[in-house]
Structure formats: structure tokens, C-alpha cells
Design a binder for this molecule. Sequence first.
Ligand code: KIV
Ligand code: ZN
Length: 432
Amino acid sequence: HRKYSPFVTVDKPDRKWPSRRIEQAPLWAAVDLRDGNQALIKPMSVAQKKRFFKLLVEVGFKEIEVGFPSGSQIDFDFCRALIEEDLVPDDVHIQVLTQSRHELIERTFEAVRGAKNAIVHIYNATSPTFRDQVFNVDKEGCKAIAVQAATWVRDMAARQPETHWSFEYSPETFSATETDFAVEVIDAVNEVWRPDQGQRVIINLPATVEVSTPNVFADQVEIVHENIRYREHVLISVHTHNDRGCGVAAAELSMMAGADRVEGTLLGNGERTGNMDLVTCGMNLYTHGVDPGIDFSRMKEIVQVVEEITDIPTHPRHPYAGDLVFTAFSGSHQDAIRKCLGLYKPGDIWRVAYLPIDPADLGRRYEEVVRINSQSGKGGVTHVLERDYGISLPRWLQQEMAKLVQSDAEEDGGEIDSRRVHQRFNSDYLEV
Ligand code: KIV
Ligand code: ZN
């Protein structure tokens, strides 16, 4: 399946370009129900979490962070409901976040007792700001917190052998941490967990706050990828936020730098400016011919469920998901789109001007593409008459009709629908 060609490439013997590309989808982890939820004005109820979880499972997510059960009764109850009502398919891992404190880790294990597959996710902040000003610990103290928590997790998991456990560690504020120190802490955690002896381990690298350009973050990821012990036994995950507007770019460059797994949320809800948007990142892969493994053809439903539960409207220009992202009002764009769509046959490489993707792949209708206002030209007017009424206009009439329709739209000051264009055609050219 090569409906989308990956790149324009430059064929020069002395230069490989692009130097890197993403060849396969990462393992996705959806954190909507935890990071997304913690940023909401009105946090999700158990019923809303169930609805959201169902959607995430149906579209294909296999790793889903379901909450922070030691910090919230709703999250605790939700974990219990997932397990007791058998709502988690066998191939899906539920993930639970906890601070690195003994009583909280204990409560977290209680929340997921009886789960088939569970990821216990511990974190502690490692950056100088947090060490010096928030926790007042030195580097050794900071590392000791992580090692102690990892030990508790290992020991508590051993007491619940009915579950297949994965362990996840996040050096929170990784992007602001000295990278060599992050490597040191990760190595110390892995000495406890010993991924080389069969324990499934995820090392998650957060841009808790996005503080640099995406290439700098990717360099930090690459340093971890190249230097941690037991690398080949560990999944390296990234968890980017969007403070500089580059959450998706940082995740993409991280994949090129060695990340195996990417955490994010559908449409990017999350702390402050949000988490990395799974829709944009996944669809970016798709348009380069890489199957993201997530069913985005259900985009309408995704948008509807996310909007309903988060109470956050989707921007009409949100990549791939917004109402207006496949619409052209301007005449020259409409003309080019009309010509390309007229030539496109199923099975061809998608080559349609101004449309990076076939809207039908996202469950959208072609009717949304060409819409008419005072900026539209003959291409658009001709297109809607052909499309909706099977009327093909001769060239001279295309120009005339475009002028008439433009003046109607100017008078109205907005969009006019194809029925109105048809009426204008009837009244001026058919009725005597
Ligand atoms: O952004 C962050 O650092 C987090 C961690 C807890 C993974 O959400
Ligand atoms: Zn986060």
C-alpha cells in the first residue's frame, strides 16, 4: 500500500537526503486519562473514563495510562471497574502513574490487583531546579529516591504474580536535566529492575516542560539511547509537551534518534499547552506511507468523544481533525484541486494539489473540500455544479457564472451553498 509517497528526495551520490526518516510506527501510549485528565477544569468521571478508554481500545491503542489511583478516588475506582468488569482486552496494558513514595506505590498496586497486564509508572524530578529549589536534595539524594522507588515496585510486583508487570521510570523534567546525570539515574534504576533478566522496562523521557528546539531534545534522547546500560532490553519512550508548540516535532525527531515508544493524547489535551498530539503524529506517519497502527478513519468520532469529555472544542484548523482543514474557498486552489481530483483513480499515488491527504481516509466527504464564497472562482463554481447537479459548463459560461456567484456572495458577506449556485444558474441561463 503506497497511496502516499514518503518524500521528495535529492539524488546526489555525495549526500544522503533526508539523512534520517521514520520507517515504522512507534509503540504508542495514550495518556489522555491521566495527563490529559489532570489538566481539565472538570476532571473525568468514572463513566467518562470508561467511554474514553473504550474509544482508545477500539482505535488500536495497546498501552493506556488510566490514571493516578493513589492520588484520586475516581482513578482508583476506575482501575477497579476496568479489572472487575473485565473491560481490558488481553493485549492491552493499563498503565498507572505514582509518585515515588512507599504508601502511594502500595495503593497503586492495590488499584491494579488482578489486572492481566499492568505498567507501574514511577517518576521523580531530576533537574537542578527541582533538586535545589523544590526538593532540596543533591544528585545522590535524587538518584536514591528513584532507586528506592524502583526497589519497592520490584518487590511489590513479586507479591502479585498473577499480573504480567511492566515497570516504567520517568526522570521527570528530563529535558532540563544534565543528560549525563539522567543516564546515571536510569542506569541505577535498571540495576534494580534488570531488564536483561526478563523484566519488561520502559524508560520514559519527558519534556515535562518543552525548553528547547526539537533537535536539542532529540540529541538528549540519542545520548540516552547510546549510553544506558541494557539498552537492547529497554523500551525508550518519549513524553513531550508543547510549550514551544513543537511537541509533535520533538517526538518525531526523537523517533529518529532512537525512541521506540511515544506517549501523548488525542488532539493534544494536557498540562498547559498540552501533550504531544497523537492524531497529528500518527497521521504524519500515515501521509509518509507508514502505517501508524491506529484507526484514524474514525476521526469524526474521535473528535466528538474528546470534545464531549474534555469540554475543549477542536480548533477548525487543527491538523487532520479540524472542520476546515480540507476546505478551499479561494479560486486558484479550487481550480487546481478540481483538476487533480478529476485525474485521480483509486490505486494511484495520491497527488492532489493542496490536499496532503485524501479526506476520505479520515471519514470526510469530498463535498467539504470546495466551498463557495466571494473569493471563489470559476473552478469552484464549475466543480459544485458538476459534483452536485451533473452540469458541465462551457468555458465562457464558467467565467460568467463565477462573476455572478461572486457578487451574490459579496452581497451576502459569507458562504453560499451549491443550491444557491444552482438557482443562479437556473434563473440566469435556463429560465426565460
Ligand atoms: O510531563 C511529565 O513529566 C509527566 C511525567 C509524570 C511522565 O507527565
Ligand atoms: Zn506530562
